[in-house]
Design a binder for this molecule. Structure first.
Ligand code: CP
Length: 314
């Protein structure tokens, strides 16, 4: 494929190829000189019309560590503020001949809309409620490291605002394909309809959902995507769904904790859990740079025969 729109478009082999390359790039990120010439002469444009800290900075860092030139455009400070459409903005960016456009937008389907209209590669950095493929890939990388390469037979609980979560949707796709037993726990009002199509167990009681889990992925309560009249009572939500040490005592010993960030501490995850020794939250951030280097390598070189990057070395 020319574009990365979601993990659904990646074969198992392509996912493992990205994870294997990310492992090699992780070693580059630990070197004194954190740069390889892989994408020298290529241009990566970052077009983020929704706020981002982790995804935007890690794509920028990843591209620069591959020696690509990067340019960033946001809603604020660009002609989007004067009413220029997504399509006209993207065509304008493409007329400057980038090799890859990385896009984040609040509309589900925005990345696909552009991918169908642009010649360059489009990488989805989060589109509305729909998909966040590189978050799912970096989560796969983090879990692969923590579980010594094993996915099949593990039990992972995804907790919180599933309905508005592009992270949950993309993760459920690859996790169920790779044999992870996925559990979902959220209030009934925050459960999406698409779950009928997936082999996931659904809970509304966190005390039951967490029993025997190998990992818990907490999600942010996405208040900005909820209609004003439908907002949950935050006190009630945190009493029922904020992950604490008491809940975790029911999970497997040393169960891993994930959160894509940004976290609402005390609402969906307690600070003692976010900062505990088994928390992978900051590992996920580091994995984000290595995984996005692997994604940019794959799409920036159109590496169809999937060779590991020879420029990383042993
Ligand atoms: N996880 C994630 O997408 O974080 P940002 O919104 O900060 O990029």
């Amino acid at each position: 494929h020319k574009d990365l729109l979601d993990v659904t478009y990646l074969s198992d082999e392509e996912i493992l190829f990205i994870l294997d390359n990310a492992k090699r790039f992780q070693e580059v990120n630990l070197r004194a000189v954190k740069k390889v010439p892989t994408l020298k002469g290529k241009t990566v444009t970052l077009f983020f019309s929704e706020p981002s800290t982790r995804t935007k900075l890690s794509f920028d860092t990843a591209a620069k560590r591959l020696s690509a030139d990067t340019f960033a455009l946001g809603k604020s400070g660009s002609s989007v503020q004067k009413g220029e459409s997504l399509k006209d903005t993207a065509l304008t960016l493409q007329a400057m001949h980038p090799d890859i456009i990385v896009i984040r937008d609040s509309s589900s389907g925005a990345a696909q809309f552009l991918a169908e209209r642009l010649n360059c590669s489009v990488v989805n950095a989060g589109d509305g409620w729909h998909a966040h493929p590189t978050q799912a890939l970096l989560d796969a990388f983090s879990l692969r490291e923590a579980w010594n390469g094993e996915f099949a037979g593990k039990t992972l609980l995804i907790l919180g605002d599933i309905n508005h979560s592009r992270v949950a949707r993309s993760n459920i796709h690859w996790m169920t394909r790779f044999g992870i037993n996925v559990r979902i726990c959220s209030p009934k009002t925050l459960l999406p309809r698409y779950l009928d199509n997936f082999p996931v167990e659904i809970y509304s009681d966190l005390n039951k959902a967490v029993q025997g889990a190998d990992a818990v992925m907490c999600l942010r309560l996405q208040l900005e995507r909820q209609a004003a009249g439908l907002l949950p009572d935050l006190g009630d939500y945190s009493r029922r769904y904020c992950l604490t040490r008491r809940h975790l005592s029911e999970a497997k010993p040393n169960a891993k904790i994930l959160h894509p960030g940004p976290m609402n501490r005390g609402l969906e995850i307690s600070s003692e859990i976010a900062d505990c020794a088994d928390s992978l939250v900051l590992n996920q951030v580091s994995a984000g740079v290595a995984t996005r280097m692997a994604v940019l390598y794959l799409y920036g070189t159109r590496n169809d025969d999937m060779t590991l990057n020879p420029q990383v070395g042993e």
